[in-house]
Design a protein around this ligand. Structure first.
Ligand code: GLV
Ligand code: MN
Ligand code: MN
Length: 403
């Protein structure tokens, strides 16, 4: 019987990022494909029937596929230089939970499946939860197929190379219709459980959040030969945006705004950039606050661009409104788990996408520092196993014993 920690150890060498530290495993890249293959091997070894849906999500079925299935799982991709737990913990916990149920002699009365969603972080193609958004029909498949990675490869090309037919990508009512309930286990990305002294919690909400690209265009020129007064340097309004993000988010309770990626072109030390792309990640408890933060930042960016004689173009790359997890399911699972605390999530999840379509819940596993999307992300082995035990209890409760 496998443990979550043992399964994580088995994939510890895949996608190690020797430059940034941590892991860089992105949708349909070599490392994520290796992890997908590893998952298929683990599922097959457990006698689960594996299928890949039209959008590249992998399903491993215990019993006949749907309808009214209990589904659990998460993702195997990471942010650039991310931790070992965000995503993989939910996948390995699901496999370990299957083992745990089998060890009890449990036979599910309803079909049970483990799912691995494709490109959850958007680390390669920019849009988070791409596989679940396509499945649920919350992204236009044409727009999704056209998304490009940093080397210019499109989703369509990457999907084709991974053996999918990109023309068939898009809302999949058949796959969606098989899900009765979805439960995603995830490492906590915050200190809620540490502060409460609990190993496992359930999710209450996810912040409204989105990503915006600001493209500032100025005039490329020589760093030494161009007098300061003659410059149209797009790095100036780009820098102003970074500062505006902090002040706009600070002004509204609970709001967050981050610039984690900024790309000057051509990117030479002695070159005034001709363009700078800046990606803004903004989040808040509700749509109105999130939109207000972005509006403030956009106004500051436009003003700074005009002052420098630059242009700015703003593109909303993704957006999701506040998610309220099914309160009945949440309370039922919290009760089942001995009064597990309900915690809000600042992070987005595939569960947040599915929550709009099917009853959905999340289990969180304590993270001693709260750090996530960084190599220091951690969960103690005992807490990972407490998460597996909780998932076993939840799956047994939801699927019902068919013996
Ligand atoms: C994904 O983890 C996100 O919240 O960006
Ligand atoms: Mn993440
Ligand atoms: Mn995640």
């Amino acid at each position: 019987m496998a443990t979550a920690t043992g399964l994580l150890a088995a994939i510890a060498d895949v996608g190690v990022d020797r430059v940034r530290g941590g892991y860089s495993r992105h949708g349909f890249d070599r490392d994520e494909l290796a992890l997908r293959e590893w998952f298929v091997g683990e599922a097959t070894a457990r006698g689960l029937d594996v299928e890949v849906d039209r959008n590249g999500n992998i399903w491993a079925w215990w019993g006949r596929p749907g309808p009214d299935a209990v589904v659990t799982g998460s993702h195997l991709d990471s942010v650039p230089g991310g931790g070992a737990f965000d995503g993989p913990l939910g996948v390995v916990a699901a496999l370990a939970a299957v083992d745990g149920l089998r060890a009890r002699g449990f036979v599910p009365a309803r079909p049970l499946a483990v799912v691995v969603f494709a490109e959850e972080e958007g680390g390669r193609f920019g849009v988070p939860c791409l596989g679940s958004r396509l499945l649920a029909g919350t992204i236009d498949p044409d727009a999704a197929r056209r998304l490009r990675d940093r080397d210019g490869t499109t989703v369509a090309d990457a999907a084709r190379a991974a053996g999918l037919d990109p023309d068939r990508m898009g809302r999949d009512d058949e796959a969606l219709g098989r899900i009765g309930q979805f439960v995603e286990l995830h490492v906590e990305q915050g200190r809620g459980l540490v502060d409460l002294g609990r190993a496992v919690g359930v999710a209450s909400t996810i912040l409204a959040h989105g990503r915006w690209r600001f493209r500032f265009t100025g005039e490329g020129n020589h760093a030494g030969a161009t007098p300061i007064t003659d410059r149209h340097d797009p790095m100036l309004p780009a820098s102003r945006l970074v500062l505006a993000a902090r002040s706009a988010a600070s002004a509204l309770p609970g709001a967050r705004a981050t610039v984690g990626r900024l790309v000057p072109v051509p990117g030479g030390t002695n070159v005034i950039a001709s363009t700078v792309d800046v990606w803004l990640d903004a989040r808040a408890a509700d749509d109105g606050t999130t939109r207000a933060v972005v509006a403030d930042i956009t106004a500051a960016a436009r003003e700074a661009a005009a002052a420098e004689g630059c242009q700015v173009e703003v593109t909303e790359e993704s957006y999701g409104d506040t998610v309220f997890f099914d309160p009945v399911l949440r309370d039922e699972l919290a009760g089942l788990l001995g009064g597990a605390p309900a915690l809000p999530s600042g992070a987005g999840h595939d569960a947040g996408i599915l929550a709009a379509r099917v009853p959905t819940a999340m289990l969180f596993v304590r993270n001693p520092t709260g750090i996530s999307h960084a190599p220091a992300e951690h969960a103690e082995p005992a807490d990972c196993e407490a998460g597996v035990d909780a998932l076993v209890a939840v799956l047994a409760h939801l699927a019902g014993d068919g013996r």
